[in-house]
Design a protein around this ligand. Structure first.
Ligand SMILES: [Zn+2]
Ligand SMILES: [Zn+2]
Length: 341
């Protein structure tokens, strides 16, 4: 398995609906079973406009209090659940805006659908939750606006399969990239959007909690550490738990980390299982490097002429195909300090 190169990273499934959503049937036991079947460590449950899962004893029983350890490195720990909400902005039965995921919101103070977006984001932030714009170009539930609204921490740039037409993931990625180039530091996340409603609609993922999956560098295997790592941007997004492995370093720093201004720009990408894929390096100046990977264990080294400040480096691994190719893995940026804003 390619992701083996990333031993020590936690596989986190974001954006899953339980039976506490009107359009899902999934139970806590289902999520644990799906996670075990795919090697996922953490499943974040975000139901539509409620946090009932976080209060449900069956779900709480598979959450994990702070204080775990990675001591059992040879055998991965049991999967556990984290909680949040997928808040939707509806008015008089019509969608005004799309959906926003509030990771870590679990105190039962759920903003009602009529609330203003700015108030919801401020309330979520005050409770320590992380607000993510979900599926921004979903055909039915899209966001409007040239860039992500102020007050969000990130964007779900990848919902379900990369090329699933209804989610327009390439547009979501470009939308995020425009914001990065303006100096915003926004987390890119992948969302599985499971509903357990196989065959009911092509909007719905059924049971794959790892499509896509987030690789998160958390200091400890508990909810607080995973949330802190998400907030810090220590995240890669992969097609599924069998995707190639990719480690990005820029002058010794990884995704989410901030380099001093005028850094040399020495990039090192370690890859496993990526033969035949294209590695692409993007910066605030656009795409600066693209190389076809020739072997299954390969390290790519190059030097990029980064701007003295306000730049970033992020990596994409794509399998050649129609258009820009199928995304295999993408990284969050390594930033060059200070940003222009
Ligand atoms: Zn949604
Ligand atoms: Zn959803």
């Amino acid at each position: 398995m390619g992701l083996g190169v990333l031993a020590g990273w936690v596989l986190v499934s974001y954006h899953n609906h339980s039976f506490h959503s009107p359009d899902s049937r999934l139970t806590a036991r289902d999520f644990v079973r799906f996670a075990r079947g795919t090697g996922v460590d953490v499943v974040i449950v975000t139901d539509h406009d409620n946090v009932r899962a976080a209060l449900d004893p069956a779900f709480r029983a598979v959450a994990r209090p702070a204080g775990g350890s990675f001591a059992r490195a040879s055998s991965r720990s049991d999967p556990f659940l984290m909680f949040g909400e997928e808040w939707g902005t509806f008015r008089a039965g019509r969608v005004r805006w799309g959906h926003v995921g509030l990771i870590g919101l679990e105190d039962g103070v759920s903003p009602a659908g009529e609330a203003r977006l700015a108030d919801v984001l401020a309330g979520a932030r005050a409770r320590g939750a992380l607000a993510i714009v979900n599926h921004p170009f979903n055909w039915a539930l899209s966001w409007r606006g040239a860039e992500p609204p102020a007050g969000v921490a990130g964007v779900e740039v990848w919902n379900q399969g990369w090329s699933m037409p209804v989610m327009e993931n390439p547009k979501a990625l470009a939308w995020w990239d425009v914001a990065l180039r303006k100096g915003r530091r926004l987390l890119a996340l992948g969302g599985a959007d499971t509903h357990g409603l196989e065959g009911s609609s092509y909007f719905y993922n059924e049971t794959r909690v790892d499509r896509p999956v987030n690789l998160v560098w958390a200091e400890r295997p508990d909810a607080a550490s995973v949330l802190a790592a998400l907030r810090a941007g220590r995240v890669l997004v992969a097609r599924d738990s069998r995707a190639p492995g990719m480690v990005l370093e820029v002058d010794g720093a990884g995704p989410g980390e901030v380099l001093a201004a005028s850094t040399p720009g020495r990039v090192r990408v370690s890859l496993a299982g990526a033969r035949g894929c294209d590695l692409i390096l993007n910066t605030a100046q656009g795409r600066l490097h693209r190389v076809r990977i020739a072997s299954d264990r390969q390290e790519v080294r190059c030097r990029l002429p980064l701007l003295a400040s306000g730049d970033f480096v992020r990596a994409e691994l794509r399998r050649p195909g129609w258009g820009e190719g199928e995304m295999e893995v993408l990284s969050n940026p390594v930033y060059v300090s200070p940003g222009p804003l």
